[in-house]
Design a protein around this ligand. Structure first.
Ligand SMILES: Cc1ncc(COP(=O)(O)O)c(C=O)c1O
Length: 466
């Protein structure tokens, strides 16, 4: 039986037809459906499940020596606990991650915004699947290598939060987009548009890439500097036979790093310019795609993104945030800046911890731990000692007043009050961490505890692909 819906036919046409948009009253209305493969699964669950077949060995530094050669599945079937592992170690907290994922998914639904979590935070398809299961639109990635990982795990909708300027990457994207694979990318200059045009023309594939024009800000990272410059890029896209303008993108997180009045003013001013750009593109009829996407928003200012840009939402215009760090959250930078911390609503929970052992206690009040910058993130604040105990997986007590003062490749320096705390070689310290993005990349496999503050059963192992 031929089972082709109207939507499927529209998908099949997506690379050959330019979509039509028309105004009905104040509403912009779709006349075609560009989104590839709405009927296909958001991620290939069976490929994610196959990670349980991976054989654990010395290549994964988190794996206990006694587990060498067993599969992920068999290892978990034996009911491991934190005490079966060694230090240094990074662990995840299942209860916290689940709560964070539910919390933002619910918030997005309530505010009528799409979530395309930035996948570069974890590069863990198992966690991407959790996000997609909760209704995420798709996964955002930062570069070609990450696109390939996501494609390998069958992520149907992808957004490259960057410009494609490498001809190999452009050819690859042109070759994989289709009815079951959406890939959006960004353009921020007419030079980028030229590279895309030239490469796509030479390939002769006939592919039409969906691109978003990226607005930047002075002192920021990528992005056309100012609305006029972005409009010029949009005009270059509009006349390209190889590109279709599908929206406006930006990243407010590269313009601010705090939540003081000045920083929030800069963020909101920039978002206002994104809105102005979008309205001008509509007025000038420069959009080529049927579904328009406005996208901004990491984990620090997504409330402002939604506040400033949600008036643009219509049946043809969707607002998409790209928070990535939120699912793991932390005990440092994100705990301080998250809108859910700042506004006193239910805060996200720290979903990762470091565990390090005292290898030396060479001077009064100084301990050297066996975790360094190869193991734990340090770029957004040093780890913070939280608890201490005689063994990993055993009872621990708060370690008040201790501080990590320096970090080497494989060690960290912990000062403590020798008058009130006892710290001996072999003791284990639990560390609160800052910045999930630079924690995950240090581990190929991360054990997941049921609850870092309670049941320390290891309920899963998360594989990363950096
Ligand atoms: C372009 C872009 N979008 C979204 C994000 C996600 O932000 P966060 O890590 O705060 O969740 C990042 C993070 O660096 C980013 O660079």
């Amino acid at each position: 039986m031929l089972d082709i819906s109207l939507t499927d036919l529209q998908h099949a046409l997506q690379n050959t037809q330019r979509s039509e948009l028309r105004h009905e009253g104040n509403e912009l209305v779709n006349t075609s459906t560009p989104d590839a493969g709405a009927a296909a699964p958001a991620i290939a669950a069976e490929r994610v499940a196959r990670l349980a077949d991976v054989r654990l060995d010395w290549r994964h530094k988190a794996v206990p020596a006694t587990a060498n050669g067993t599969t992920h599945r068999d290892f978990l079937a034996d009911g491991p606990t934190l005490g079966d592992f060694q230090t240094p170690l990074l662990t995840l907290d299942s209860a916290a991650m689940r709560s964070n994922a539910d919390h933002l998914a619910g918030w997005c639904a309530e505010h009528n915004v799409l979530l395309a979590p930035h996948g570069k935070t974890t590069m863990a398809p198992q966690l991407w699947a959790e996000q997609l299961d909760r209704g995420a639109w798709g996964i955002t990635v930062a570069n070609f290598a990450q696109l390939r990982v996501a494609r390998e795990f069958g992520v149907r909708r992808l957004q490259l939060a960057n410009s494609l300027t490498d001809p190999h990457a452009i050819d690859w994207v042109a070759s994989v987009i289709g009815p079951e694979q959406t890939i959006l990318s960004w353009v921020d200059s007419t030079g980028t548009v030229e590279v895309l045009n030239r490469t796509l023309e030479a390939s002769g594939s006939g592919a039409v890439l969906d691109v978003l024009v990226e607005l930047g800000g002075l002192g920021g990272r990528t992005g056309a500097r100012g609305v006029d410059a972005a409009l010029e890029v949009a005009r270059a896209v509009a006349v390209s036979p190889h590109l279709r303008l599908a929206g406006v993108s930006g990243y407010e997180g590269s313009l601010a790093h705090t939540a003081d009045v000045e920083a929030l003013g800069a963020v909101r001013g920039y978002l206002g310019q994104m809105r102005q750009l979008h309205e001008q593109l509509l007025a000038d009829g420069l959009y080529g795609a049927d579904q328009i996407i406005l996208t901004a928003g990491g984990s620090a200012y997504f409330d402002d993104v939604v506040d400033v840009l949600s008036p643009c939402i219509s049946s043809a215009v969707q607002l998409m945030i790209r928070s990535g760090a939120y699912i793991i959250h932390d005990d440092g930078f994100y705990r301080g800046i998250s809108p859910f911390s700042r506004h006193g609503s239910q805060p996200f929970r720290a979903g990762m911890h470091g565990w390090a052992r005292v290898v030396s206690q060479p001077e009064p009040g100084l301990a050297i731990l066996d975790a360094g910058k190869r193991d734990l993130p340090v770029d957004e604040g040093l780890p913070r000692p939280q608890l201490i105990g005689p063994a990993l997986g055993g009872a621990m007590v708060p370690l008040e007043g201790a501080e990590i003062t320096a970090v080497n490749d494989q060690h960290c320096f912990m000062t403590f009050d020798a008058g009130t705390s006892t710290v001996r070689p072999g003791d284990v310290v639990r560390l609160g961490l800052s910045h999930p993005c630079t924690a995950f990349d240090k581990w190929t496999l991360i054990p997941v505890l049921a609850d870092a503050d309670g049941n320390q059963a290891v309920v899963d192992l998360v594989h990363t692909f950096f």
